[in-house]
Write a protein of this length. Structure first.
Lengths: 265, 355
């Protein structure tokens, strides 16, 4: 029993290795990276980060990504809230089929939608805008958010709704002042998953943008420049791409556990 | 206020949840809905509150038709079996909730919530969240919220069912005091006949979505209108058996026979149904207990100072509830003595033959 820490430690070390290597590279010069094998930066440099934070072609990638991810998260959760409420509180014809159909939207790979979306958004003049990417991601995120929120909402007894009506609260008064705070954990979890999916999705984001709304992941695929391969720069960009996810997961870690307990995440 | 149900009914699809019901609940009265689970107590309460729309019939408050009115516009309060409070609000805000909606002034809210908290012993925990309270305190909070506004109709749906028995007794004792000087109609649903008897007031017995009898609690207990009402209002369940009146005697198969009571003298000979509460049957003979019933012992339950014995006689099961410890071996033959002076006799249609 006393040695029980060995296996988890080894496992975590194994998982952290590529991340360490990425961070390690981001503090090296490209010459050092290409020059040989080193476990830590011999010539520690922050130049890579400085470049990213000063060059608009780099930092605008983050701004673009965060913008459409933000729009998408707000949009998905705002739309999913009333939908999930309907699924959890009312019985109507075909409710179970509709619920399942929503989920099937997640079953197709994004590549299936890349072409129709590209054509559609170009036709209506939304190509290369943040809203285009945000909208395309709702196709996957709204079903997910509905599914997560429905689980949390069904955990709240409908007697709570009735008590509020008996007290005299209107539906919206109840929904906004009582119900939403009650399922705050669920909303947190739903936001997290919407954020995560939208943040890592590359294919649609890349297809639907050119310059104005180009996401960071697309910027990163630009491996070579006039000065050759900029591996250090790419490593720094990669490191910065992990940060928002780590940041968000830190805030919702307790809620995620709750979501698991409800069997929904 | 007076609440009047006229032909109120509720069907969902093909299923009848509440059969057409007429009921008049007087202002200031305490009314008990007594029935087993799924007998329609909760549905009936939701119809009274306006949380659910009846599929037929009308609902009147002080003679005014309120059938289609939203629950928010009616003056009702409700307490559920589960402890329902707003989890993100403090106990104070929970109790204050109906007053805030009604736009009562801040100073009055403070005074009334304080007074209610005092009454329900919640003064020390007004700043806490409901989840930080014990079950009993959570239910007190729900009651305080229901009582803080002067509602005309107060619905209590098995409010004590989820509490442990000590708390239940404590709260049950306080309950009548809470409603004493109010002019509202109180409706209290319970599955327990004993609870109905302890609370008094009026009782409506409910069976499969039908109000079988309504009247003063004691009267209903003493003179059930029919077999079903008697069954609903008896714990353990009332013993029933088919008996035959013949040649001036009553016979229970080949098991026993006795002289009919005076009020049965006039009814024609034939088959009737007998109802006898378990506590009128005892393993020991005594004053009035002169009809002997013998059968195989199925179950015996000894609880402190009372014994419950179930025996099988022919196809029927008889239950005896008596003081003292009377142990029997399962499978042995037991002789029980029934006091038929307390028996109810029901006609072929199930209605009580009055005595």
């Amino acid at each position: 029993m006393r040695k029980s820490w060995i296996v988890p430690t080894a496992y975590i070390a194994f998982l952290m290795l590529p991340i360490y290597w990425l961070v390690n590279m981001s503090f090296k010069t490209t010459n050092e990276i290409l020059g040989g094998f080193s476990l830590y930066p011999k010539e520690f440099t922050l130049d890579n980060y400085v470049t990213i934070f000063t060059d608009p072609t780099w930092y605008m990638g983050y701004v673009n990504s965060l913008t459409y991810v933000g729009i998408n998260t707000v949009l998905s959760v705002a739309v999913a809230l009333p939908a999930a409420y309907a699924f959890s509180r009312y019985r109507f014809v075909g409710d179970k089929h509709l619920f399942f159909w929503l989920l099937t939207n997640r079953m197709a790979p994004p590549a299936v939608f890349a072409l129709p979306f590209f054509q559609l958004y170009s036709a209506v003049g939304l190509f290369d805008t943040h809203i285009a990417v945000a909208l395309s991601h709702t196709l996957f995120n709204i079903p997910l958010a509905v599914w997560i929120l429905e689980g949390f909402m069904s955990g709240v007894p409908k007697e709570l709704d009735e008590t509020a009506y008996v007290d005299g609260h209107s539906f919206w008064g109840f929904f906004l002042k009582i119900f939403i705070p009650t399922i705050a954990a669920g909303i947190g979890v739903a936001c997290f998953f919407c954020f995560m999916f939208s943040w890592v999705e590359l294919l649609l984001a890349k297809t639907l943008t050119a310059v104005e709304a180009k996401p960071i992941a697309a910027t990163m695929t630009r491996t070579a420049s006039t000065s050759g391969y900029e591996l250090g720069l790419l490593a720094a960009a990669g490191t910065l791409t992990i940060v928002p996810g780590a940041f968000v997961i830190y805030f919702v870690r307790n809620y995620i556990a709750k979501g698991f307990a409800l069997g929904r995440v | 206020m007076t609440l009047e149900l006229k032909g109120i009914e509720k069907t969902v699809g093909e299923e009848v949840h509440i059969h057409p019901t007429d009921l008049t609940l007087e202002a200031g009265s305490f009314n008990i809905l007594l029935g087993t689970t799924l007998s329609g107590k909760t549905t009936l309460m939701q119809l009274m509150a306006g949380l659910d729309r009846p599929t037929g019939g009308r609902l009147f408050v002080d003679g005014r038709d309120v059938t289609g009115m939203r629950v928010q516009d009616r003056n009702v309060s409700m307490v559920y079996q589960q402890f329902i409070n707003y989890p993100n609000w403090s106990v104070f805000e929970n109790i204050a909730s109906p007053l805030r909606v009604a736009k009562v002034s801040e100073s009055e809210i403070k005074a009334r919530v304080g007074q209610m908290a005092e009454l329900l012993k919640l003064s020390a925990m007004l700043d806490r969240r409901p989840s930080e309270l014990s079950g009993g305190q959570q239910q007190r909070t729900a009651m305080a919220r229901a009582l803080v506004k002067d509602s005309g109709l107060l619905l209590l749906d098995e409010p004590l069912a989820n509490l442990d028995f000590k708390l239940r007794e404590e709260l049950r004792e306080e309950l009548p005091k809470l409603f004493a000087d109010r002019d509202c109609v109180v409706v209290y649903a319970t599955t327990e006949p004993t609870e109905a008897l302890l609370l008094g007031g009026k009782t409506a017995t409910l069976h499969e979505g039908r109000v079988t009898q309504f009247g003063t609690t004691g009267d209903i207990y003493r003179t059930p209108k029919d077999v079903i009402s008697a069954k609903v209002f008896s714990e353990p369940p009332i013993n029933t058996a088919t008996i035959r009146k013949h040649d001036g005697r009553i016979t229970l198969g080949a098991v026993a026979s006795w002289d009919p009571p005076a009020h049965l003298a006039a009814v024609p000979d034939g088959d009737y149904e007998l109802g006898l509460r378990p506590h009128h049957i005892s393993p020991v003979p005594g004053e009035g207990r002169d009809v002997k019933i013998a059968g195989e012992v199925l179950v015996t339950e000894l609880s402190g100072s009372e014994s419950t014995v179930h025996i099988r006689v022919g196809n029927e099961t008889w239950v005896s509830l008596s003081h003292g410890i009377h142990a029997f071996n399962v499978g042995a033959t037991a002789e029980l003595y029934a006091d038929m002076r307390h028996a109810y006799y029901f006609g072929a249609d199930g209605a009580l033959i009055a005595g």
